[in-house]
Design a protein. Structure first.
Length: 113
């Protein structure tokens, strides 16, 4: 990223901040699914990294292995959250024309969560 590109981003920071706020609202409507155990456990999350639903196949519930069920749930949650993060990042980069990917990790615009 050149100094010119960075200066352009800073010049348009107010507009980018507005667009990011709108996008963050839209992320609540985007859903992704993570699964484990061949689909025996499915977790639905949204683009704001919130778990919306956990589906557990009846077959798993009849098994007395609680440790396995816990592992399947954790695996499905992690997969769903990873996908949600990926979708969120892709949408943010689309909005910024890819310029946000050049900012330092952890960079936050003032006033953005």
């Amino acid at each position: 990223m050149s100094i010119y590109d960075f200066a352009n981003v800073m010049k348009n920071a107010g507009k980018i901040k507005e667009e990011l706020a709108k996008l963050q609202e839209k992320l609540a409507d985007i859903t992704v699914t993570g699964s484990s155990g061949g689909g025996m456990v499915e977790v639905v999350a949204n683009g704001k990294m919130q778990i919306l639903e956990i589906k557990i196949d009846d077959e798993v519930l009849h098994d007395d292995d609680k440790e396995m069920l816990n592992d399947l749930i954790v695996s499905a949650i992690n997969q769903a959250l990873q996908r949600a993060q990926q979708v969120s990042t892709e949408k943010m980069n689309e909005l910024s024309g890819g310029l946000l990917s050049f900012l330092p990790e952890g960079f936050k615009f003032p006033g953005m969560a």
